[in-house]
Design a protein around this ligand. Structure first.
Ligand SMILES: NC(=O)c1ccc[n+]([C@@H]2O[C@H](COP(=O)([O-])OP(=O)(O)OC[C@H]3O[C@@H](n4cnc5c(N)ncnc54)[C@H](O)[C@@H]3O)[C@@H](O)[C@H]2O)c1
Length: 257
C-alpha cells in the first residue's frame, strides 16, 4: 500500500468537466480514481498508471460504500473528493413527473451526500481532507424550466455549507464551485432541446463567453489543494460574472462596444 501519494476521487469522470478535472488533478500529482455510470477504464488508462477507473451509480449506497472500502484498502483512503456527477432536466415545473424529480435528487443530491459521508469518514479519521462539490449558478438563483435541477443544486450548496461547519474543526474542508454554462455533452444535449442557444448565454455573461471545462477544473484544483487551506464553506461562482451582474441584456450589450 502506497500512502505517499494523495488520492483524489472524481465522480462523473467519463466525459465533460469530470474528465478534464481528473486530468488536471493528475497533472497536479494526485493519484486519481475516476468513477462514472459509464465505463471509465479507457479514460483512466490514458491518464496514466496511477489512475484507476471504477464504474457505478453515485446514487447507490452499496456502490459508494464499496468504492470507499476499496480505496481505503488499496490506497489508505482518499484525501480529496470531487462530487461532479450530475444530470440535467429542462422541463416546466407543471410537467415534471415525480420519477424525474426523484431521479434528479438521487443523482445530484443523494449521490454527493453518500460520497461525502463515505469519504468524509476516512478524512475525519485522518484529520485532513478536502471536498469540492460541483453545484452551478443554478444553485445560487432560479432558472426557469429547471425546478428539479435548480432545487438539487441549491441543496448541494446547503450540504456544502453544513458539512463545512460540521467537519471544518476536524481538518476537513468542504467547498463548492458554481459554474456558468459550460460547453460539454450536457450542454449539447440541453441546447439540442431548443431551449436556448449560444447567443443567449454569451449575451448574459459579462465576459461574453461560455465557461471552459478548464476554467472550472482550475478552480476545483485550487479549492482541493492546501493553497486553499483557510477556505471552507464557500460556493464559488466560476461564471465570468453572471451571478454578480443583474443588469438587463440590452444594457450589458451596450458595454461591449
Ligand atoms: N455543462 C454545464 O453547462 C454545467 C453548468 C453548471 C454545472 N454543471 C455541472 O457540472 C457537472 C458535470 O457536468 P458536465 O457538463 O460535465 O455533464 P456531462 O453530462 O457531460 O457529464 C456528466 C457525467 O456524469 C455521469 N453520471 C450521470 N449520472 C451518474 C450517476 N448516477 N452515477 C455516476 N455517474 C453519473 C455521466 O455518465 C457523465 O459522464 C454536473 O454536476 C453538472 O450539473 C454543468
Amino acid at each position: 500500500m502506497n500512502t505517499a501519494i494523495v488520492t483524489a476521487i472524481v465522480t462523473g469522470a467519463a466525459q465533460g468537466l469530470g474528465l478534464v478535472t481528473a486530468r488536471r488533478l493528475a497533472a497536479a500529482g494526485y493519484r486519481v480514481v475516476l468513477t462514472d455510470l459509464q465505463d471509465v477504464s479507457v479514460q483512466a488508462a490514458a491518464i496514466g498508471a496511477d489512475a484507476i477507473g471504477i464504474s457505478g451509480d453515485v446514487s447507490n449506497e452499496a456502490f459508494v460504500e464499496d468504492l470507499a472500502a476499496r480505496v481505503a484498502t488499496d490506497f489508505g483512503g482518499a484525501q480529496v473528493l470531487v462530487n461532479n456527477a450530475g444530470i440535467s432536466l429542462i422541463r416546466p415545473a407543471e410537467d415534471t413527473t415525480v420519477d424525474e424529480w426523484q431521479r434528479m435528487m438521487a443523482v445530484n443530491l443523494q449521490g454527493p451526500f453518500l460520497l461525502c459521508r463515505a469519504f468524509g469518514r476516512q478524512m475525519l479519521s485522518a484529520g485532513k481532507g478536502s471536498i469540492v462539490n460541483v453545484a452551478s449558478v443554478a444553485g445560487l438563483g432560479g432558472v426557469i424550466h429547471r425546478s428539479a435541477y435548480n432545487t438539487s443544486k441549491h441543496g448541494l450548496v446547503g450540504l456544502t455549507r453544513t458539512l463545512a461547519g460540521e467537519w471544518g474543526g476536524r481538518g476537513v474542508r468542504v467547498n463548492a464551485v458554481c459554474p456558468g454554462w459550460i460547453k460539454t455533452e450536457m450542454d449539447v444535449k440541453d441546447m439540442g432541446s431548443g431551449a436556448y442557444d449560444d447567443t443567449d448565454i454569451v449575451n448574459r455573461v459579462p465576459m461574453a463567453r461560455f465557461a471552459m471545462p478548464e476554467d472550472v477544473a482550475e478552480a476545483i484544483t485550487f479549492l482541493a489543494s492546501d493553497a486553499a487551506a483557510f477556505i471552507n464553506g464557500v460556493s464559488l461562482p466560476v461564471d465570468g460574472g453572471w451571478t454578480g451582474d443583474i443588469s438587463w441584456d440590452s444594457l450589458r450589450l451596450k458595454t461591449r462596444g
